[in-house]
Write a protein that binds this ligand. Sequence first.
Ligand code: SF4
Length: 431
Amino acid sequence: MAIDPQKLRLEGIYPQRQGDFYMQRIKLPAGVISALQARRVAEIAGRYARGTVHLTTRGSMELHWLTAETLPVVAREMASVGLISRGACGGAVRGVVCGSLDLAVSTKLEGVVRLIHSHFSGNPRFESLPKKFKIAVEADIASGRHLIQDLALVPVDLAADELSFNVWVAGGLGRQPTPAFLLAGDIPLDRVIGMVEAVVRVYAAHTPAGKRLKHLVAEIGQDELRRLVLAEPSAGEALPTVASLSSSLVPTLSSPERRVEVGVFAGELAGSELAALAEIADKWAGGILLVTGNQNIVLHLTPAAELDRVREELAYAGFTGTSRRERVLCRVCPGSHECLVGLGATREIAAELVEKLGPAGVKLTWAISGCPNSCAQPQLADAGIIVSRLQPGEAKAPLFDLYRRSGDGFGERTAERLTLAELMQQVGEIG
Ligand code: SF4
């Protein structure tokens, strides 16, 4: 079957750097996946994706090594358990993320994510955008994740009965890292859909193909963007937010100790490991797994769950939580393992890095991006690494830039064009 990769992007499919193979991204609102769905993904991985599932820094899953023949089969099998990945790639509203579902108020934010996801996913009105449009709902601004989105919603007062949101827009990393700015404050929940729609419409109408919202703002300025957005009829539109019985699937935490984070090294899971985690989630976590922005799996244990039993079962499944690979928070993108434009083997670099870290280094968050597109969000980690270029000449060995973050904004580049040996030396010197 002849495949036009461009046309398949909206279905969440990208070609791999290895010709004839494809990646299928699985869109998970707020990173939430049921045990039933996770089991199906594990089965599909075993049959068609060399037995491996990758977790992304935006709470999605990815299956690699699919072929033109297996893509339609995989799409049907996923759809049979409600996994529809429309808009997971291409010029569309991408998966809506929420890095804050650990909190006791998670149910409120999950509902907002699902509201946005269901409005924009698969809606043809928002599928011919100039480029991707990334949305996040975050509990606060402490993590800095609101800074890297095309649009982020942050509640004014998370404890309030009636939520309202500050709306941040036009952020992004890549080759031109740009922090988002505050577009509008205190937008009530019933105006959220209209406001997001207004921003997306302005983006679609005024931005050249291939450019993000941050590029439009660089051209016209923040004030003009605000003027254009507020002139959209939908910006002031209030839509009824009728309570849904299925807006929240994640069990609310009764205490922080009931949250169990399973360290997944470099976001790479065997299908059999994912199936085992699904079993544990079914027994002890309301049948729900959360994919985090650090590419781990989180379980919210129900009140009946016995923590010791859960730990035992995790250890039996291979997750003892004691190895460096499980404990160090190190995000990676696919890099040159599978990505078309990757310049470095990110997972191998991560494996070397975690062994080099001293006592201070293991406590930091790390992120390794295989090219300056920065998909692993290195500027938001305590220490970030970008494979910035290849050495000239025959060898074409990767060269690395190192970033350190200390304040509320993006990390700053502290070293550039390091060889792998020089990078590891600097990593080891962190202490
Ligand atoms: S950062 Fe670069 S190498 Fe990594 S996934 Fe993104 S585009 Fe690919």
